[in-house]
Design a protein around this ligand. Sequence first.
Ligand code: NAI
Ligand code: MG
Length: 488
Amino acid sequence: MTEHDLANSQLGSLSYDPAPESASIAHLRPSYGLFIDGAFTEASSHEQFATLNPSNETTLATVAQASSADVDRAVVAARRAYDTVWSKTTGAQRAKYLFRIARLIQERARELAVVETLDNGKPIRESRDIDIPLAAAHFFYYAGWADKLDHAGFGADPQPLGVAGQIIPWNFPLLMAAWKLAPALAAGNTCVLKPAETTPLSALILAEILQQAELPAGVVNIITGDGSTGAALVDHPDVDKIAFTGSTDVGRLIQQRVASSPKRLTLELGGKGANIVFEDAPIDEMIEGIIDGIFFNQGHVCCAGSRLLVQESVADEVLRRLVRRVEQLRVGDPLDKNTDVGAINSAAQLERIKELTAFGESEGATRYTSSCALPETGYWFAPTVFADVSQSHRIAREEIFGPVLSVLTFRTPEEAVAKANNTKYGLACGVWSEKGSRTLWVAERLRAGVIWANTYNRFDPTSPFGGVRESGFGREGGRHGLEAYLDV
Ligand code: NAI
Ligand code: MG
């Protein structure tokens, strides 16, 4: 046993006491209505559905199912607010509201982090340190642009589009709401936002924050519901722009629906990101980067580094260390501050992950699954690595959207680029190497919207994010993110 192995086995035997954050910080109401024209109202059908805590399958609250009549009420409110108030405000006035919202998110950060973790299943460490601070940062960042649109590179006095319909997924609920609302409001649009059906709660707390910020009624409307609510928003004739983040299949459907209308569209869809590891990369950092790239947020990440491309000369060592590191990941109670991997967001998503990983085995890949104990109730999937994966395997081609890594090898930079680009997607890639010239050579040839060098899953409101090919089009974040909400 080497000294290193010894240190590691001792580490492995260390046990941690539970360190749970308190669920009672959440202050949830038993049921929520729709947030339309500045107030909570009942859905016209009075229909409610439950949102669960995926870590134990208990009901957290019920929320309203918005019908197309409710969608219409929300769009009418947004149009009125646009015509009578928001289009007449100055950029400096809009900035004032955005700064207020950002500060209120910070003030209620602990509560929002707990709500996000309860509703989504993600570890509190991530909601507390990443989701909520980044959501506030997006509002701060776009508050700064609101009175400087003349200088954003879109000509003098660029105009907003009008009413934006925004549909978001369940993997980063509050953060995706911030990515959509902050640039839209800064640019002078009004909004109708539809959160995902399994994670509506942080958006409803955001509605309370908008009231606290005294944002004029109707400027932001938040309507809960399933795919049919989203479809009604897409089809509404008085919506000027649709912004969607979610699956490629639904994105394709939406593109067809708006094709014959003058609506503007941006789509942020799936991915199958390649994390490319060269033999000269510093191995400890690289192992952490690979782990973060795929196991962050249970792998429910559109830009996840779900395909590891490792240079053949170091493949055995990387795989050995990776498997050992996976074994050390702490899987369990999302509210525990020591948890690395939380619950899978829904029964449906768990089923999808199981189905795709079963293909991995039947197609001949070698499976390593963490031996961690999984809780009895709730939706759980143990972190998994597949080695001996070939490009034709389904687990190398399809988005699994779970804690599952597929490992492929390459010999030359040319082969790495060819394999990385051999996908219908094009959202994100990572390159790990000591050599700057090689990193740049590879980065220039990768067909993806975002390329990280010696890091992964690093997000910043100043930096544009978005894809090419079946990962979608349009950018969110940075100066580029304004373009999606301006008539340019
Ligand atoms: P989804 O695309 O069905 O859901 C995303 C949002 O779209 C939700 O708010 C949903 O209510 C809404 N929606 C559903 N059907 C709609 C329609 N016809 N018109 C308008 N809006 C509609 O995603 P789902 O089913 O939750 O996940 C399926 C797969 O999609 C995942 O396994 C994953 O591979 C991928 N996905 C990718 C995401 C990303 O960030 N790129 C996020 C969520 C899922
Ligand atoms: Mg939920």
